[in-house]
Design a binder for this molecule. Structure first.
Ligand SMILES: Nc1nc2c(ncn2[C@@H]2O[C@H](COP(=O)(O)OP(=O)(O)OP(=O)(O)O)[C@@H](O)[C@H]2O)c(=O)[nH]1
Length: 761
């Protein structure tokens, strides 16, 4: 059994922390119940539950941009009979892939929103010829980092994933990002080396990159038959047979006991390598290996399953989605090696218990009380659509469900299963499944129950925006302007909107230029609001570099009732919690009621308000813990307003004393270009103050990875095009906020002072 919530990888890279649920505890948790209350017993699974769950898979398809996720998913849907024909991403038939349902996605040939679908897949057991039908929910996720929240959302609710890699480019920068996200949510993965038809395809290099760069023990479970253009099938190393695709669009799978002579030696060598790798991570195979005994085919298959689900191993499959080769064996692999919903331990927090109480194990039993997580919202033609993963119990149409965060009760008017942008009405859904409901008001990450429990699940990691721009409607602003912005904010927690109090401009912020550009375009198309935007601006931040104490009295006497509030404590630097992304915190350690408890929320509010605008450059403040230790009040003159103002004043004073600095976003930039342009690319990155952190030269192309400040990246696509005759490509993703160089900080401070002076004139 696994525990989703405990470190399942050996402690190589995993940022996973035990008891992550604790942070999800709500204010309601402050009930005085002793700490040692045992968690309620897990609901027993019946034989019917186990039978149904054994053939259920919830999987995601994730990868670096353009690795072929959508192309692969299109094949999966075709072979499982979900769609009648295959349409290509940017295909000549201009239909576009099924899962890229937004017009914008089809035009740009990229996936923006993750799409959910489901299909059935029948497998034939190579061991005894028995047939089994599996129900698979699939989420195709975008590869572009600007839409990373979509990947986070999907991984949060999936039980397993296919990590797609290009057979030439291998592990790319976003592969490592996706890998990190998979670790965060403890998602077992099988790897699929796609594009085996490409010149220069080398699966062995990719396998060794998975081991060295992603640091997961991995081994191929197949070897290719034919290379590049001649790639026509694979040898299944576990059950020792050759598998070919034949017929129109590779629809017929032909299995042969005969291994082609030209790959026989390679297949033997790679099967030995597979067993050796398994011996490292699986006890049973390890013991057989020590005794020099050969494991049986079934023993190998069982060890792959155990170690994959245990997050100790990733089996590597090979194929070419575009050439319709070896996709069906991958589907068999999903069923054979990825977990079913009963094989993961999922926990929730009981909000009636103290935050330190043990988590409550959830059980995918149909008869247990309902617990479901709303992981994605979408405004559709028929109103708000909420995607939900049911973890425990069943959900029926017309049921009353409770939002654990707001305590509100709602009726489920319509229940559907999603197939990209199409839907199928259903009457009920069981545990371990994914569905969508209509007309339910909630936010992304809310937990729903049937009202008989107070369970709440943890929320997702939400990264901070890195870029912002001013936006205004062309002509007269209609209500659609704010309607659109409100809806986008609700759907996407990485998209933020605020009104700059000084310039009175509406500022939108997000994960990259493309992210914001897509929303501006959607405003025009979906809301009929044409907008003008300002120049993209880097989302600088401010922080402190040392602790500073404060004692601050806010006192005002203006005739009538006065204002009096005193706060004392300190602020200190705080590191980001890798799990939640949170790096600001308010802590109240007052003893003895020097400030009445009803004023504490106003102080907390004042702190968060003060964080909105730093005094150096007017940018938001992060990385600060505010500790309230003492204070004072006046029986008549104290008020919430006085305490809020006192906190803002105290914070600003302490902020200056705590050696405030400006932070700028640093991006991980990956460039891939033909080898002859390597020196041009490197010198281009150097002139932008980039630090090269990794590079790799292959037969005729190279990859360079550099850390570069986002502020120095404007106009890079033009520069790269110019210096590589248009043949270079790059992608970038947010890495961290780091202190800005002194001259940049000075420049930003001066500009801010000037803007303030102009405003006050
Ligand atoms: N040679 C070759 N090209 C492929 C293969 N699979 C996909 N492609 C091509 O690779 C490009 C990207 O494919 P997509 O399926 O859009 O990739 P994606 O990973 O979904 O892309 P994003 O969603 O934008 O991240 C398209 O031009 C595909 O035709 C393959 O097996 N071999």
């Amino acid at each position: 059994m696994l525990s989703r919530g405990c470190s399942r990888f050996t402690p190589l890279l995993s940022p996973w922390r035990p008891h992550r649920w604790r942070r999800a505890a709500s204010a309601a948790a402050a009930v005085a119940i002793p700490d040692d209350v045992p968690p309620p017993p897990k609901h027993q699974l019946t034989d019917t539950d186990l039978k149904r769950l054994a053939f259920q898979r919830n999987i995601g398809v994730s990868a670096h941009i353009d690795s072929g996720k959508t192309t692969l998913t299109e094949r999966i849907l075709f072979y499982t009979g979900r769609i009648r024909d295959i349409h290509e991403v940017r295909g000549r038939d201009s239909v576009g892939a099924k899962m890229d349902s937004m017009d914008l996605e089809r035009e740009k040939g990229i996936t923006i929103q993750s799409a959910a679908t489901f299909c059935d897949w029948e497998t034939t057991s190579p061991a005894d010829g028995s047939k089994h039908k599996y129900a698979i929910n699939i989420i195709d996720t975008p590869g572009h980092v600007d839409f990373t929240i979509e990947v986070e959302r999907a991984l949060r609710v999936l039980d397993g994933a296919i990590l797609v890699l290009c057979a030439v480019a291998g592990v790319q920068s976003q592969t490592t990002t996706v890998d990190r996200q998979m670790r965060r949510y403890g998602v077992p993965r099988i790897s699929f080396v796609n594009k085996m038809d490409r010149p220069g395809a080398n699966p062995w290099r990719i396998v060794s990159q998975i081991r060295s760069k992603l640091r997961i023990p991995a081994a191929a479970v197949q070897v290719p038959i034919g290379v590049e253009d001649g790639f026509k099938g694979v040898v299944d190393l576990v059950y020792w047979r050759a598998i070919y695709n034949e017929g129109q669009k590779g629809i017929d799978v032909v299995v042969s006991e005969e291994i082609p002579a030209d790959v026989l030696e390679l297949a033997k060598e790679k099967r030995t390598e597979l067993i050796e790798q398994l011996a490292e991570v699986d006890e049973e195979i390890g013991e057989l290996f020590l005794m020099d005994e050969q494991p049986s085919n079934d023993q190998i298959a069982a060890a792959i399953r155990r170690s994959t689900i245990g997050l100790k191993f990733s089996p590597v499959f090979l194929g070419s989605a575009i050439k319709n080769t070896a996709v069906q064996p991958l589907l068999d692999g999903v069923c054979a090696y990825l977990p079913n919903p009963s094989e993961l331990d999922v926990v929730a927090h009981d909000t009636t218990l103290p935050v330190t109480a043990d988590p409550v194990p959830l059980s995918p039993a149909a008869a247990a009380p309902l617990v479901g997580l709303a992981f994605k919202l979408e405004e559709g033609r028929f109103g708000q659509l909420t995607y939900m993963r049911v973890y425990q119990g069943s959900l029926k149409k017309s049921n009353l469900i409770y939002n654990a965060r707001t305590g509100k009760k709602v009726k489920v008017p319509r229940l559907v299963r999603m197939h990209s942008n199409e839907m199928e009405d259903i009457e009920s859904i069981g545990p371990g499944e994914i569905c969508a409901i209509f007309g339910v008001e909630c936010s992304s990450g809310d937990t729903f129950t049937d009202g008989s429990t107070s369970f709440s699940m943890t929320s997702m990691f939400v990264p901070e925006p890195v870029i912002s721009l001013a936006i205004k409607a062309n002509g007269i602003e209609t209500p659609n302007f704010s309607r659109a912005l409100n809806r986008f904010q609700k759907e996407d927690p990485t998209f933020r909107v605020h009104l700059d109090q000084e310039s009175k401009e509406t500022i939108i912020s997000g994960m990259g230029e493309l992210h914001l550009e897509i929303y501006v375009e959607r405003m025009r198309r979906e809301y009929n609001v044409d907008c003008a935007t300002g120049k993209p601006r880097v989302a600088f931040r401010e922080t402190i570099s040392k602790r500073a104490d404060f004692t601050y009295v806010h006192k005002k006497q203006t005739g009538g009732a006065g204002q009096y509030a005193k706060v004392a404590g300190y602020i200190e630097p705080m590191e980001m919690d890798p799990e939640t992304g949170k790096d600001v915190m308010f802590e109240n350690v007052i003893m003895g009621g020097t400030i009445p408890s009803n004023y504490i929320p106003a102080i907390e509010k004042g702190f968060y308000e003060a964080l909105e605008k730093g005094t150096l450059t007017g940018n938001p403040i992060s990385g600060v813990r505010f500790v309230l230790k003492d204070g004072g009040y006046h029986i008549v003159d104290s008020s919430e307003l006085a305490f809020r103002n006192a906190t803002i004043g105290a914070f600003r004073e302490a902020f200056r004393a705590a050696s405030a600095i400006v932070l700028e976003p640093i991006m991980k930039v990956e460039v891939v270009a033909p080898g002859e342009f390597q020196s041009n690319v490197i010198s281009g990155l150097n002139t932008r103050r980039g630090t090269i952190v990794d590079s790799e030269v292959r037969d005729d192309e190279f990859t360079a990875i550099a850390d570069v400040a986002l502020n120095d990246m404007f106009g890079y696509s033009n520069q790269l095009r110019g210096s590589t005759q248009g043949k270079g490509e790059f992608s970038m993703e947010y890495k961290l906020h780091a202190p800005a160089l002194p001259h940049l900080q000075m420049e930003l401070e001066n500009a801010y002072k000037k803007a303030l002076a102009a405003k006050n004139k």
